[in-house]
Design a protein around this ligand. Structure first.
Ligand SMILES: *Cc1c(COP(=O)(O)O)cnc(C)c1O
Length: 330
C-alpha cells in the first residue's frame, strides 16, 4: 500500500466487490454503469466509514487510548460503524447524536444500542460541537479518550480512500470515465482526489453533495479542498489541490439533509427492483438519484463508463418506512 506507514487495524473485508449494473443501464438507455460495493465492507452491515476507521482507530490503538468519542445524526452510519469497531477493539465508545431520543428506536440507532455504546443526545449539535466538553469529563473520570472526528473526515480518514483508489486500480482493467458518489463530511472525496493524482487516473470525480450545512464554519467545497491539501502534507506528497480539482454537485440537496423526496425514492426503487441492491435514504439514494438525472439529461457520452461508489447506509431504510413509497417502477 502506498500509505503503509500509517498503521491500520483490520475491521473490514477488502477488496469490496465491483460489478456492473446492466439492467439499470439498459433501463436508462445510458452509458455502462458499474458499482463499487462499499456497502459490503463487512463491519456491522458495512459502509465507507469502515475504511476510515481502520486508519483512525489504528492511530487510537498506537496512542494507547481506551475510549473513543464521535458524533453524528441519530441515523448516522458513521456512528454505528464506530460503535461496532469499538466493541471489536475493546474500547469504550461515546456517541453524541443530534436531536432528542426518539420514541421509536430503529435503523442505525437500534444497532448502536445493540453495541452498548454510551449515547448522548446533542439537540441541534450533530457535528461534534459538544465533543470538547465530553472529553474534559472523560479525562476527569480517568479515561484516555480519542476523538474520531465527524464523519471520520480528517487526514487519517482520507488516507483510507487513497488506499481505496489503489484497491480499485488493482481490481479491474476498466478505464472508468467518471466516479459518482455521495459526498458529505468530505473524507471520501478528499481521499479519492489524492488517490486519483497518485495513481494517475483519468476518471472525473463527481461528488453529489448531500448536506448544505457548513463544517467547522467552512463551506463544504472549501472544507474538502483544505482536507485534501492537509492530507497531502501528512503523507508527504508534494501536490496541491484547488477549485479545479473539485466537482461537488449541489443540484440534488432537495429538502436538505435526511429529507427523502421523489429523487431518492425513485433511485432506491429502481436500483432495488432492477438490480436487487439496496441504497439508503440519506446518501446513496440521493447520489444515485443525481446520477440518474445526469444520465437522463444527457450529461454522459454513450461510451462513458461510470462507476457508482456505493458508500453504504441501508440500515437507515428501516427508520424511513413512513417516507418511502413502494410502488413498482416498471
Ligand atoms: C458518511 C457517508 C457518506 C459520505 O462520506 P463522507 O466521507 O462523509 O463525505 C456517504 N454515504 C454514506 C452511506 C455515509 O454513511
Amino acid at each position: 500500500m502506498y500509505t503503509s506507514k500509517f498503521p491500520k487495524t483490520s475491521l473490514g473485508v477488502f477488496p469490496t466487490p465491483l460489478t456492473e449494473l446492466t439492467r439499470l443501464s439498459d433501463k436508462l438507455g445510458g452509458p455502462r454503469i458499474f458499482i463499487k460495493r462499499d456497502d459490503l465492507t463487512g463491519l456491522a452491515l458495512g459502509g465507507n466509514k469502515t475504511r476510515k476507521l481502520e486508519t483512525i482507530l489504528g492511530d487510537a490503538l498506537t496512542q494507547g487510548c481506551d475510549t473513543i468519542i464521535t458524533a453524528g445524526a441519530a441515523q448516522s452510519n458513521h456512528c454505528r460503524q464506530t460503535a461496532a469497531a469499538a466493541a471489536k477493539l475493546n474500547l469504550e465508545c461515546h456517541l453524541i447524536l443530534g436531536g432528542e431520543q426518539p420514541d421509536k428506536i430503529s435503523g442505525n440507532l437500534l444497532l448502536d444500542k445493540i453495541f452498548a455504546c454510551h449515547i448522548h443526545w446533542g439537540g441541534a449539535n450533530r457535528k461534534g460541537e459538544d465533543i470538547p466538553e465530553l472529553v474534559k469529563q472523560l479525562i476527569a473520570a480517568g479515561k484516555k479518550p480519542y476523538i474520531v472526528p465527524y464523519g471520520g473526515s480528517n487526514a487519517l480518514g482520507a488516507i483510507s480512500f487513497i488506499d481505496a483508489v489503489e484497491e480499485l486500480v488493482n481490481q479491474t482493467e476498466q478505464a472508468f470515465t467518471h466516479i459518482v458518489f455521495a459526498s458529505s463530511s468530505g473524507g471520501t472525496h478528499a481521499g479519492l482526489m489524492i488517490g486519483k493524482r497518485i495513481f494517475k487516473q483519468n476518471f472525473k470525480l463527481i461528488g453529489i453533495s448531500i448536506d448544505k450545512d457548513e463544517i467547522d464554519h467552512q463551506e463544504l467545497d472549501q472544507h474538502i479542498i483544505n482536507l485534501a491539501n492537509k492530507t497531502a502534507k501528512v503523507i508527504g506528497l508534494g501536490a496541491s489541490f484547488s477549485d479545479q480539482d473539485l466537482t461537488l454537485n449541489t443540484d440534488y440537496i432537495g429538502g436538505g439533509y435526511g429529507v427523502v423526496g421523489e429523487l431518492e425514492n425513485e433511485a432506491i426503487k429502481l436500483t432495488a427492483q432492477l438490480e436487487g441492491i439496496l441504497l439508503d435514504p440519506v446518501y446513496t439514494g440521493r447520489a444515485m438519484g443525481g446520477l440518474i438525472d445526469m444520465i437522463r439529461s444527457g450529461q454522459f457520452e454513450k461510451d462513458a463508463k461510470v462507476l457508482f461508489w456505493h458508500t453504504g447506509g441501508a440500515p437507515a431504510l428501516f427508520a424511513y418506512s413512513d417516507t418511502l413509497d413502494f410502488s413498482p417502477v416498471h
